[in-house]
Design a protein around this ligand. Structure first.
Ligand SMILES: [Zn+2]
Ligand SMILES: [Zn+2]
Length: 172
């Protein structure tokens, strides 16, 4: 996803940029990007600074860590950047540690946003994806999805932590 810097002016302008999953290829372990990534933004330029501000929308598919069903979530995440245009020879001294203020050679007419988009998408992937907070998971005995149905083994199963107590009770 590239933005034409030479077309950004003092006047605030709405834009819409789109990238496909094939173009972006985010490196995700526990999720799959299953929609185009769309960036709706307003941009303008003041002197040597280009301001980009807007929101990125996309859909991710996860596999629930408890019930193993696939589920999708829509995301709408803010992405705000300021490009500070500097002469090529100043790039070496430029501070590139800031995520929001980015030095960029003023001679280049386009800026590629792909790295920012990949980072932004990766940050939305949870360590342990759950289809819902109270997902009941699978029955450990018959494998039934306990969100959709209850199984018979569930009621017969006794919690092993109470096993000792139960035996005590039988002895008396
Ligand atoms: Zn689940
Ligand atoms: Zn069961």
């Amino acid at each position: 996803m590239e933005i034409r810097l030479d077309q950004v002016t003092l006047e605030e302008t709405d834009s819409r940029l789109t990238a496909t999953p094939e173009e972006l290829q985010p490196d995700l372990e526990l999720a799959k990007l299953c929609s185009d990534v769309e960036y709706r933004l307003v941009h303008h330029r003041v002197d040597k600074e280009i301001f980009l501000s807007g929101r990125v929308s996309f859909i991710l598919e996860f596999t629930c860590a408890r019930c193993l069903e696939n589920y999708r979530r829509n995301f709408l995440v803010p992405l705000n950047l300021v490009l500070q245009l500097v002469a090529e020879e100043q790039m070496e001294d430029a501070d590139e540690t800031d995520d929001e203020f980015i030095p960029y050679p003023e001679s280049k007419p386009v800026y590629n946003l792909d790295r920012h988009l990949r980072d932004l998408i990766t940050l939305e992937v949870p360590m342990k994806p759950l289809c819902r907070d109270d997902c009941a998971g699978l029955c450990s005995q018959c494998g039934a999805n306990l969100n959709n149905s209850s199984c018979n083994c569930r009621t017969e199963r006794t919690d092993p932590r109470w096993e000792g107590l139960r035996r005590l009770g039988n002895e008396n």
